[in-house]
Design a protein around this ligand. Structure first.
Ligand SMILES: [Zn+2]
Length: 53
């Protein structure tokens, strides 16, 4: 039996803030609960504002 070659697709990150696919730079955040968030560079400022309060 032949194994299928594993195709490595480029990982697609979805911005947890705006829900749009992240293209380019992003901020990776791991919460205390263990969930992983990806925030696109456009939303980082907004998220940081919210997180400070
Ligand atoms: Zn975003």
């Amino acid at each position: 039996m032949k194994k299928k070659p594993e195709l490595k697709e480029p990982e697609v990150k979805i911005c947890s803030y705006c829900g749009i696919e992240v293209i380019g730079s992003y901020q990776y955040i791991k919460t205390k609960r263990g969930s992983e968030l990806y925030i696109c560079s456009k939303c980082v400022n907004e998220v940081m504002k919210t997180a400070k309060r």
